[in-house]
Design a protein around this ligand. Structure first.
Ligand SMILES: *Cc1c(COP(=O)(O)O)cnc(C)c1O
Length: 422
């Protein structure tokens, strides 16, 4: 690519091919300058859950635009922010009654981590500042969020030594349906770690059920139920990062529902605003919230991003939640899951280590990332936009995807591995 002022993410700018130029997008399709049309297999990093240019979302945004595009949430409030907070409290697991907004998933995670530390500090427990997390975890690109990502195999491994050192456990084994015997060693290690470090641990943070960007690892709801019980026993907060899993991706509106567990703190992002703008929400229970109450500002939550509660973001998020009812989103996710299972689960070819399907997410893991060299252009030639990363190629399509388009995506993945590359 010729040098340009535009610096692209996660890319070696010296060798980056000229990125495809997008003119517009509708539904599941991205239209390129020059007339090509691609099926988006990855929902623009998983956020465009209702498809591009949805008339209901566009209308909500236009209507709000004519009222007010932005106003600070410091000392002012507005109806979209209040109504969205009410809706999120209604829809998320029972007990999450308080909503703090921010402008991206990473910042939502920062807020959660800060909230956990200050929760203990406000009670005089200043030593509880460390976090427990899982290997294969990904929680964002900002500094403290990076510290709870997998420190060895994650994409921030090169910053090791500069980040705050946290505690890590192996990802739970055995997949979604793991039996008790398979899970027992992982639960035993969790128990021992909480027991040994409860004096210094502020919280255990996990992506519930599906660890997404760290490798598409799926694990059992039973592990989350045990984590809830043990965190209560050892007085450590439990934080669910549902930035990727929230809003239907794993088949239920929130992944926490698979386990019927309420975390102390939960983070939402990505699908929250359906790709229309950056926004996130960090929800907390009464117990967490109440620890910030006091007679002066010294115990108040010390955070406040400029764009928190942005009215356009809140209005589009509310309209997106309406679509879950009007257009049967969870029914569509169930249909996607059954097609992905049919198309991908039986796939076996040299180089494939494993295949995982949950909800509207299907991932194939290879033993060597080199196997994907050339896959992106192979897919584009077949009118599909895929972005393999590390050892995985995956699809997380918009929930409105038509069956033919979905089978076209899985066809590209299958053909790549089975050698039908002509
Ligand atoms: C994407 C992601 C984040 C970070 O969200 P950004 O909006 O990119 O900052 C955090 N946690 C999880 C689980 C994610 O998938």
């Amino acid at each position: 690519m010729q040098p340009t002022p535009l610096w692209f993410p996660y890319a070696q700018m010296k060798s980056l091919p000229d990125p495809l130029r997008v003119e517009s997008a509708h539904g599941t399709h991205i239209h390129l300058e020059g007339g090509r049309d691609l099926i988006d297999a990855v929902s623009s990093w998983w956020c465009v859950i209702h498809g591009y240019n949805h008339p209901h979302l566009n209308a909500a945004l236009r209507e709000q635009l004519d009222r007010v595009a932005h106003v600070m949430l410091g000392g002012l409030s507005h109806e979209p922010a209040r109504r969205l907070a009410d809706r999120l409290v209604e829809l998320t697991p029972a007990g999450l009654n308080h909503v703090f907004y921010s402008d991206s998933g990473s910042v939502g995670v920062e807020v959660a981590l800060k909230m956990a530390v200050q929760f203990w500090r406000n009670q005089g427990l200043d030593a509880k500042t460390t976090f427990l997390a899982l290997k294969k975890a990904y929680h964002g690109d900002t500094w403290m969020a990076m510290s709870v990502c997998d420190p060895d195999d994650g994409m921030h491994a090169l910053f090791k030594g500069t980040l705050r050192e946290q505690l890590f456990l192996d990802s739970p084994r055995g997949g979604f349906d793991a039996d008790a015997d398979t899970l027992e060693p992982d639960i035993a290690v969790l128990r021992k770690t909480l027991e040994r470090h409860s004096d210094t641990l502020a919280a255990f943070i996990v992506e519930p059920i599906l660890q997404a960007a760290g490798g598409f690892h799926v694990y059992s709801p039973a592990y989350l139920r045990e984590a809830r019980r043990l965190c209560d026993e050892y007085d450590v907060l439990l934080v669910f990062d549902e930035v990727a899993t929230g809003f239907g991706r794993t088949g239920t509106l929130f992944a926490a529902e698979h386990a019927d567990v309420t975390p102390d703190i939960m983070i939402l992002g990505k699908g929250l605003t359906a790709g229309y703008s950056g926004h996130a929400a960090t929800l907390a229970t009464d117990r967490v919230f109440d620890a910030f109450l006091g007679d002066n500002a010294s115990t108040a939550l010390m955070h406040g991003p400029t764009f928190m509660g942005n009215p356009l973001a809140c209005a589009v998020a509310l309209a997106g939640l309406e679509l879950f009812e009007q257009e049967d989103r969870l029914g569509q996710v169930a249909r996607i899951e059954s097609i992905l299972k049919e198309e991908l689960l039986g796939l076996s070819a040299p180089g494939i280590e494993g295949v995982r399907v949950i909800g509207a997410c299907g991932a194939v893991e290879a033993s060597d990332p080199a196997v994907y060299k050339g896959l992106q252009s192979f897919a584009v030639e077949r009118d599909v936009w895929l972005r393999p990363f590390d050892r995985n190629v995956y699809t997380m399509p918009p929930y409105i995807i038509e069956e033919d388009d979905l089978r076209r995506i899985t066809g590209v993945i299958r053909d790549w591995f089975t050698g039908k590359r002509t």
